[in-house]
Ligand binder design. Sequence first.
Ligand code: 5GP
Ligand code: ZN
Length: 111
Amino acid sequence: MSEDCLFCKIVNRQIPSEFLYEDDDCVVFRDINPHAPVHILIVPKRHIRSINDLQDGDTDLLGRLFLVAKQMAKSEGVNESGYKLLFNVEKGGGQVIFHIHLHLIGGWEKK
Ligand code: 5GP
Ligand code: ZN
């Protein structure tokens, strides 16, 4: 946990948030400023600043985030119409919250 990290506070329920999904490794909640009809964030519970800080031992965690994304796409009803999965990396890549999170964005059109 990083004490001044917003997403650590959300993960640890210091800031109330509705979780769409939670397991031992990650939580999922809606983006506060959605860029599409469906815009959710898949967030590991462990504080990792950015993709640049990933280690060899994090491969399972990363795989898990993508499998949860796949499951969420289905439960949000965008798995067949399609969606984007995105990591912003550091300031130049548009990252604003420095605790890694996978954006799932979609829902513009029905199949
Ligand atoms: P980044 O640009 O770092 O990849 O994305 C951060 C995302 O977090 C943004 O899309 C922003 O709208 C979202 N966000 C920022 N603060 C909060 C918050 O307090 N709650 C939620 N649910 N989303 C947030
Ligand atoms: Zn954090």
